[in-house]
Design a protein around this ligand. Structure first.
Ligand SMILES: [Zn+2]
Length: 90
């Protein structure tokens, strides 16, 4: 698939993010849109891709974000993010 790892601001989901040096050996980033500083969002890695695809498929079939959030115990913002990223890659 050659998926490029994109860094997205966890605060405003902007992609205008620059590297901002390291803290304790971890890469930190600075968002040029809302100027928040953050480490790479690990939350994304916590869920398997198959689950993401399932959730997005259910959403595309007409389930609401709130419904899916409750069903899978995943934050609405997280699901929303998956929908945005997965639906774009076609
Ligand atoms: Zn931001």
């Amino acid at each position: 698939m050659g998926e490029k790892r994109e860094v997205v601001c966890p605060n405003c989901h902007s992609k205008k993010v620059i590297k901002n040096g390291k803290s304790n050996g971890k890469q930190t980033y600075l968002c040029k849109t809302c100027y928040s500083r953050f480490l790479l969002n690990r939350e994304k890695e916590r869920y398997p891709v198959s689950l993401k695809k399932d959730v997005v498929r259910l959403y595309n079939e007409g389930h609401t974000l709130t419904e899916l959030s409750r069903k899978f115990s995943i934050k609405v913002q997280t699901i929303h993010y998956w929908i945005k990223t997965l639906n774009r890659k076609k």
